[in-house]
Design a protein around this ligand. Sequence first.
Ligand code: URA
Length: 418
Amino acid sequence: MDAISVIRAKRDRNRLTDAQIDWVVDAYTRGEVADEQMSALAMAILLNGMDRAEIARWTAAMIASGERMDFSSLPRPTADKHSTGGVGDKITLPLAPLVAACGAAVPQLSGRGLGHTGGTLDKLESIPGWRALLSNREMLDVLRDVGSVICAAGDGLAPADRKLYALRDVTGTVESIPLIASSIMSKKIAEGTGSLVLDVKAGSGAFMKNAEDARELAATMVGLGTDHGVRTVALLTDMSTPLGLTAGNALEVRESVEVLAGGGPADVVELTLALAREMLDAAGLPDADPAKALADGSAMDHWRRMIAAQGGDPDAPLPVARDRHVVTAPASGILTGLDAYAVGVAAWRLGAGRARKEDPVQAGAGVELHAKPGAAVTAGQPLLTLHTDTPEKFGYAVEALEGAVAVAEPGTAYEPTP
Ligand code: URA
């Protein structure tokens, strides 16, 4: 077998055989297939697609490239959630301790942000002392003692995906349904969760810009999970405007703690509870009541224990950026649009995200929203506050927001994206 024949086969719109898939994934993981060859193959897959059987085989090959975790010794059923990513999507932070408070074990392996979408680990690292890197043993201990853990995936889990995802990120080959579905599901299946709830985002701030593509991605991932014995369900949710009122690391932690304390923006609370109910149902705990666990403080108690178990101080003040800049409403009327992608890019330019994997992020940087689509606004009122330690970036961030705000005549009916 050789890489060039596999690339040519997909370039010429042929199905890849099981043997070709097994070989190319394994040879790439071992370094025998070069990055430039895998880039060409990824681009051919992005352009020409894969059928369901090819995607299933590709996913199985990525799982087989590394170790599989085993949570069967835990006394609780396991439930995990994965979001396909968006702007202001901090849901994992309140959700994991909430579902643990309701009786499930939540092994939440999470990632860092790249580009305009934030990463759960970057957000949690703004808590002084908190550690993302745990050994498998430590992860199991936190899961057993607290019920939820949020940490980085170990090097041994789906290493083929680790390599391929970094390559796709710099070769314009992320937005491919076969590649996204196999990337996410290989990690989730190798992680060994018993059930999985997928939050598949559609809209400007998501990888899938429209509902049709998001539905296809969801169906592909549910099929892969089910075939591997993981009870998998998917929700399709909107990402045309940021979730909640913050996009940025410490800003999002603060908002998540507000949710755990019984407050927080309505859209974050609503999605957290909807995903919690799906997770508890999939884990065989349909009678658990997540709204009660939020209200009675047990979710907050689990959060505090989870943060402390990973070295963090849940009472430490969160970092605050040194400088602020206010963006005002351009006109009076009804705010009908606040584009998620533009806000994500602005937060990233302010220092909340990174351009390259090795870049540091600013804990305090990001964007705070003072109004959400549907609200009445007055010309000149503060609409967004930009936070950064590098004020020379304000102009660059404001540029990203050009055209992002839409204000319609007073009295205009606002139709939220379903
Ligand atoms: N998240 C992943 O883990 N992989 C993708 O390909 C896209 C989002």
